[in-house]
Structures are given as C-alpha cells and as structure tokens.
Write a protein that binds this ligand. Sequence first.
Ligand code: HEC
Ligand code: HEC
Ligand code: HEC
Ligand code: HEC
Ligand code: HEC
Ligand code: HEC
Ligand code: HEC
Ligand code: HEC
Ligand code: HEC
Length: 386
Amino acid sequence: MSERQEPRMVLACGRTARLLLALVVCSAFAAALVLVGAKRGLALRDQPAPALDSSAQLADARVDPNLACLDCHRDPSLSMTFPNGDVLPLTSDIQAFRQSVHGDRLDCIDCHQRHREYPHPALEVRSRRDYARAEYEACKRCHFENYTRTLDSMHFDAMAEGDADAAICTDCHTAHEVTRLEDSPIKIAETCSHCHDDVYQSYAQSVHGSALREENPDVPQCIDCHGVHDIASATTATFRRASVDLCAECHADKKLMDKYDISSRVLKTYLDDFHGKTVGFYQKQTAEVWPDVAVCSDCHGVHDIKAVDDPESSVVKENLVTTCRGCHPDAASNFPSAWLSHYEPDINKASLVYLIKQYYLVLIPVMVAGLVLNIVLDLWRLARNR
Ligand code: HEC
Ligand code: HEC
Ligand code: HEC
Ligand code: HEC
Ligand code: HEC
Ligand code: HEC
Ligand code: HEC
Ligand code: HEC
Ligand code: HEC
C-alpha cells in the first residue's frame, strides 16, 4: 500500500510545488507589470506619451484625426527652444485653422508627415528662421506649380545668396491661417509691407495707393507691377525698359482713363518725344545696356506717384526743373518750357511748333508734287523733241 501511496505523496507534493511555482510566476509577472506601469506613469508625467493608444481617443481620432495632435498641442504652455535661444510656442489654434482655406480640406498630418509619430523625429535646425525655411517645403507637395515659380524669383535668389529674410510661402500666406489673397488687394500690399515697409508707406500716400485704400480696383498694387511668385529684380535694365509698358497698360487704355478724365495719349506723346524715341532705340539693344533717358517713373516717381496738380507732385510746375536736373544738371529754370510735356502741339499750346508742323504738312506734299510734275514735264518735252 505504502508503495502504492508513495507516488501519490510524490504526486501531491509535485502538485503543490507546481501550484506554488505558478503562484510565484504569476505574482512576479504582476509585480513586473506594476513596476513597468509605475515607470510608464512617471514617463507620462515627464513627457506626455502619444495619446493615440487609448481606445476612447482612437474613437475620437476616427471622428477627427487632428484631435490626437491637439491632445498635446492644445496645451497653452507647450513650447520649444532652439539651440540659438529662440523660443517657439507650440500651441495650435484650431479655430483659426478651421477657418482657413485648408480648414475643411486638410488634416494636420497632410503637411506634418514627420509628426505622425511621437516622440517626433529630432530636428536639426539652429534657429526659428531656419525652422520656417525647413518646414515650408511642405507646401510643395500639393502646390508644386507655385513652388516651381518661386525658384525663379528674386526672393529665392536673395535667399540662395544668404539673405535668410527673403520671403518664403509661409511669410506671405502663414502656415495655418491661409486665406484667398486674390480677394483682397489691400491685404496683399500689407503682406509685402511686413518686409518692405518703406516702399509700402510711400505707396500708401500715392495717387494709386490712396485710391486702393478706398477699394478702387482700377489702380495698380505691388503684384500688378512686380508679379507674385516669380518676382524679378526691379533694378535691372530689363525691368526699367519694361516699366514704360507697365504704365502704358492702363494709361494708354482710353476707356479706363476716360473714367478719371486723364489723357490716354501720354504714351503716344512720350514716344514721339526725344526721351521716348531714344528709349525705343534701347529696346533693340542687349539687356545689359542701361537706358539713361527718362522713363515715366523718372518724372512721376515710382511708389510715390502723385496727381499732376498735387503740390507734392514731381511734375507740378514748381518742382519740374528739379526733376529735370536729375539728369540735366545744367538746366536753367526755364528749361522745361522749351519742352512740350505730354501735349501735342495745337494752335493754343505751342502755337509756333503747331504752325511750323502745319506748314510742313502743306509744304512737303506740294514740293513732292512739284518735283514729280517737273520730271513728267521734262520727260514729255524730251519725247516731243525727238
Ligand atoms: C504626446 C504629445 C504630443 C502629440 C500627440 C503630438 N505632439 Fe507634437 N510635439 C509635442 C512636444 C512635447 C513637442 C516639443 C518638441 C519635441 O519634443 O519633439 C512637439 C513638437 C511639435 C512640432 C514642432 C517641432 C517639430 O518637430 O517640428 C510640431 C510641428 C508638432 N509637434 C506637430 C504635431 C502634429 C501635427 C501632431 C499630430 C499628428 C503632434 N505634433 C502630436 C508633443 C506632442
Ligand atoms: C497647410 C499645411 C499645414 C497644416 C494643414 C498644418 N500645419 Fe502646422 N505647420 C505648417 C508649417 C509650414 C509650419 C512651420 C511654419 C513656421 O512656423 O515657420 C507649421 C508649424 C506648426 C507648429 C509649430 C509652431 C508654429 O506655429 O510654427 C505646430 C505646433 C503645428 N504646426 C501644429 C499643427 C497642427 C496641430 C495642425 C492641425 C490642426 C497643423 N499644424 C496643420 C504647416 C501646416
Ligand atoms: C495636402 C495638400 C496641400 C498642402 C500640403 C498645402 N495645400 Fe494649400 N491648398 C490645398 C487645397 C486642397 C486647397 C483648396 C483649393 C481650392 O479650394 O480651390 C488649397 C488652397 C490653398 C490656397 C488658396 C488657393 C486659392 O485659390 O486662392 C493657398 C494660398 C494655399 N493653399 C497655400 C498653401 C501653403 C502656403 C501651403 C504650405 C504651408 C499649402 N497650401 C499646403 C492643398 C494643400
Ligand atoms: C511674396 C509673397 C508670396 C510668396 C513668397 C508666396 N506667395 Fe502665394 N500668393 C501670394 C499672393 C499675393 C497671392 C495672390 C495672387 C493674386 O491675387 O493673383 C498668392 C496666391 C497663391 C495661390 C493661389 C493662386 C494661384 O496662383 O494658384 C497659391 C496656391 C499660392 N499662392 C501658394 C504659394 C506657395 C505654395 C508658395 C511657396 C512656394 C507661395 N505661394 C509663395 C503671395 C506669395
Ligand atoms: C519675409 C520678408 C519679405 C516679404 C513678405 C516680401 N519680401 Fe520682397 N524682398 C525681401 C528680401 C529680403 C529681398 C531681397 C533684398 C532686397 O533687395 O531688398 C526682397 C526683394 C524684393 C524685390 C527686388 C528688389 C530689388 O532690389 O530689385 C522686389 C521687387 C520685392 N521684394 C517685392 C515684394 C513684393 C511685391 C512682396 C509682396 C507680394 C514682397 N516683396 C514680400 C523680403 C520680403
Ligand atoms: C506702378 C507700378 C508699381 C507698383 C504699384 C509697385 N511698384 Fe515697386 N517698383 C516699380 C518700379 C518701376 C521699380 C523700379 C524703380 C527704379 O527704377 O528705381 C520698383 C522697385 C521696387 C523695389 C526695389 C527698389 C526699392 O525701391 O527698394 C521694391 C522692393 C518694390 N518695388 C516693392 C514694391 C512693393 C512692396 C509694392 C507695393 C506696396 C510696390 N513695389 C508697388 C513699380 C511698382
Ligand atoms: C493697373 C492700372 C495702372 C497702372 C499699371 C498704372 N496706373 Fe497710374 N493711374 C491709374 C488710375 C486708375 C489712376 C487714377 C486714380 C484716381 O484718380 O483715383 C492713375 C493715376 C495716375 C496719375 C495721376 C494722374 C492725375 O490725375 O493727375 C499718374 C501721374 C500716374 N497714374 C502715373 C503712372 C505711372 C508713371 C505708372 C507706371 C509706373 C502708372 N501710373 C501705372 C491706373 C494705373
Ligand atoms: C520728362 C518727364 C516726363 C516723362 C518721361 C513722362 N511724363 Fe507724364 N507728365 C509729365 C508732366 C510735366 C506732366 C504734367 C503735364 C501738365 O499738366 O502740364 C505729366 C502728366 C502726366 C499725366 C496726367 C495727364 C492728365 O491728363 O492729367 C499722366 C497720366 C502721365 N503724365 C503719365 C505718364 C506716363 C504713363 C509716362 C510714360 C509713358 C509719362 N507720363 C512720362 C512729365 C513726364
Ligand atoms: C532719367 C534722366 C532724364 C530726366 C529725368 C530728364 N531727361 Fe531729358 N534727356 C535725357 C537724356 C539721356 C537725353 C538725351 C537723349 C538723346 O538725345 O538721345 C535727354 C534729352 C532731352 C532733350 C533734348 C535736347 C538735349 O538736351 O539733348 C530735352 C529738351 C530734354 N531732355 C528735356 C527734359 C526735360 C524738360 C526734363 C524734365 C521735365 C527732362 N528732360 C528730364 C535724360 C533725362
């Protein structure tokens, strides 16, 4: 019996041992779990972990995937510091984003592909500006055409030459509050003013700028003259030559100018004049030749153009000689009166020029006719004398 019972004892003992072992293993596992949990808890308090793995938030994320980002980026105290000391607040204004053109089209990760995971992959930039210059490339993915255009711009060239302040997409459009700029010409001019404030200030006082501020759509603003994404340098000979056509686009448009009771013959009279005739000659030269004759903006100004009867206008009688002296340093005070301005000579204005012109108008045909008659008569006599 005892022999038969022994194995039972062994069996009983074995069972207890196995039970104990299981208990030890289980409690060790539980302890490990508690420990890991505690550590994770600490980690969570140190550095918020991605909220993506909680099932409630996953459900939210299905409703709106942006909520996962906002879980952390709603925090008003979240910010980061770049190696050079610049601080960037990291709080996201979701309302403002929702109202932007992208608000109902894009999710955060459409632009922020790098931020899909947390911890976010490390950044290798030194300053706030370097950060902006690295991140704006996100726009390229969907707006490739505009991105390509900017590669030909003066702003891109300036940046390539080391001017970190030259404009990139987000300077003009912002990153999260993008609106349709074409709806608001004033807003466009103000966008440029962030960096070209001196130009903007004089433009705002000009005949064009003050009309723009009254929401007149007929006057030019920055991008009508400079373009947008492919803005070229404004200080080249090519731009200077082309500037005459720029003004003429509106100022030779009779319908538009009649609206303001402004002469639309200013281009024709300019081209008939010595300055305009010579500028025509420059058009045929290579791009590098600087046209030193007066173009429209030399007399009228560029960003500070005033109405011609404005006392501050560079072409009002009192200021005109000073304007001419910019290029004709020896001009006497009556110098401009020897010049017709935009007038076409008529019996009242420049009557002598007008009369001489009329005289030639009659004289030349009469002389040509006389000459022809002379030859014909000569030939006739020759034929008869044979
Ligand atoms: C668990 C919290 C958390 C979540 C979730 C989170 N972030 Fe962040 N994010 C941070 C912290 C903290 C920083 C500060 C810098 C760092 O630690 O990487 C940061 C930095 C950033 C930055 C600026 C620095 C950089 O790397 O460009 C951007 C942009 C950003 N997050 C976007 C997002 C987007 C988009 C999402 C959602 C897809 C998201 N984050 C989800 C916590 C979070
Ligand atoms: C249209 C593209 C786009 C979308 C959509 C977008 N971002 Fe950004 N975001 C950017 C760019 C570009 C930057 C870097 C711009 C800069 O500040 O110079 C940026 C910067 C950030 C920063 C750094 C702080 C800052 O404002 O510069 C945070 C945080 C951030 N985004 C969070 C978000 C969150 C959260 C969402 C979704 C609600 C989102 N972004 C949607 C393009 C986008
Ligand atoms: C994932 C694709 C995507 C990315 C990335 C993106 N956009 Fe857009 N963008 C769109 C869509 C879609 C529209 C809406 C087009 C529409 O409604 O006609 C739009 C519209 C715009 C508009 C208005 C267009 C108009 O007709 O006036 C501007 C400006 C703009 N985006 C600038 C940006 C800038 C700046 C960035 C980078 C910070 C950027 N976008 C990044 C997809 C994108
Ligand atoms: C110097 C300022 C400036 C910069 C830099 C700039 N834009 Fe624009 N962008 C504008 C203005 C102003 C308009 C409105 C144009 C109009 O009224 O015709 C515009 C219009 C747009 C439009 C809508 C009209 C269109 O042409 O399709 C998109 C999209 C756009 N920009 C994307 C971009 C992207 C992407 C970048 C960077 C690669 C960029 N922009 C850089 C000023 C800028
Ligand atoms: C973020 C700053 C910034 C913004 C915004 C900006 N620019 Fe510029 N721009 C620059 C810098 C920097 C240069 C190169 C240095 C210089 O010539 O002033 C430049 C150069 C230019 C030039 C060439 C000047 C020359 O010497 O030939 C023109 C023209 C110009 N910008 C027009 C514009 C217009 C128009 C806008 C608005 C649609 C605009 N810029 C918006 C920074 C900016
Ligand atoms: C009627 C056309 C016209 C308008 C509108 C205009 N510009 Fe110009 N801009 C020119 C011409 C022409 C030049 C070349 C000037 C010269 O030859 O000295 C120029 C030169 C410039 C330059 C480079 C030289 C300088 O003076 O710094 C900048 C920058 C510039 N413009 C920015 C702007 C901005 C910003 C606006 C809007 C506030 C604007 N422009 C509006 C025609 C215009
Ligand atoms: C987009 C069209 C447009 C362009 C381009 C343009 N102008 Fe004008 N300009 C106007 C309009 C419209 C007025 C009338 C504004 C008003 O009276 O409210 C005006 C007014 C003027 C005046 C004042 C005339 C008066 O009443 O005494 C002068 C001078 C002038 N422009 C010169 C120029 C010059 C020079 C250029 C080129 C550098 C130029 N404009 C480019 C549309 C334009
Ligand atoms: C050499 C100097 C000079 C040049 C170059 C010049 N103008 Fe003038 N412009 C004047 C003067 C002076 C007046 C004033 C005439 C008067 O009222 O007696 C004037 C008047 C005007 C007026 C007002 C006409 C009106 O009906 O009230 C406009 C518009 C104008 N110019 C545009 C232009 C354009 C566009 C160009 C280039 C194609 C140009 N100007 C070239 C000197 C110049
Ligand atoms: C941007 C410089 C510039 C300005 C400003 C300018 N001129 Fe001239 N002008 C020239 C040049 C260069 C010539 C020589 C053109 C040629 O004959 O090839 C010239 C030629 C002339 C001539 C022909 C006779 C001569 O002296 O060669 C007259 C007259 C004249 N300008 C009058 C004026 C008057 C009046 C003004 C002021 C309302 C004026 N100019 C403003 C550059 C300018």
